[in-house]
Ligand binder design. Structure first.
Ligand code: FES
Ligand code: FES
Length: 150
């Protein structure tokens, strides 16, 4: 059994040590907001936060999480930055198909937690690992700036 803290709740999951955190979240715990895109840490669709840091859950063995707190898109709205980011996403209608967007929101929220007033280059650096096939990058940048001002 592996102990996890996910979205503030203690969990115990009976899975292999090397199962990616993404599959534990989606298939074992039932939190399907985090998406599978590439499976090789290249697209960012699977981004969650460990103690506030964005990580690619598709390549993270669940046993390596340890005591770090896992936050997923289902709970990011309860954090100050996550709440502002989600509101800005709605106000500026960032989303098109939506598939990449939970990962985008997790990376954007983590950025604002560590840098409340990011420059364009800060935003580009923080978000460069999150790919959007619908090309919503301009609106994502604008929404991050709006959230920073909120
Ligand atoms: S699914 Fe994890 S980075 Fe693409
Ligand atoms: S909104 Fe469609 S992939 Fe980003």
């Amino acid at each position: 059994m592996i102990a996890l803290n996910v979205n503030g709740q203690d969990r115990s999951v009976d899975v292999p040590d090397d199962m990616p955190l993404l599959w534990v979240l989606r298939d074992v715990i039932g939190l399907t907001g985090t998406k599978f895109g590439c499976g090789i840490a290249q697209c960012g669709a699977c981004t969650v936060q460990l103690d506030g840091q964005p990580v690619r859950s598709c390549v993270l063995p669940v046993a390596s999480v340890g005591t770090r707190h896992v936050t997923t898109v289902e709970a990011i709205g309860a954090t100050p930055s996550g709440k502002k980011v989600q509101q800005a996403w709605l106000d500026l209608e960032v989303i098109q198909c939506g598939y990449c967007q939970s990962g985008q929101i997790m990376s954007a929220s983590a950025l604002l937690e560590r840098n409340p007033n990011p420059s364009d280059s800060d935003i580009d650096a923080a978000m460069s690992g999150n790919i959007c096939r619908c090309g919503t990058y301009t609106r994502i940048r604008a929404a991050i700036k709006q959230a920073a001002k909120a």
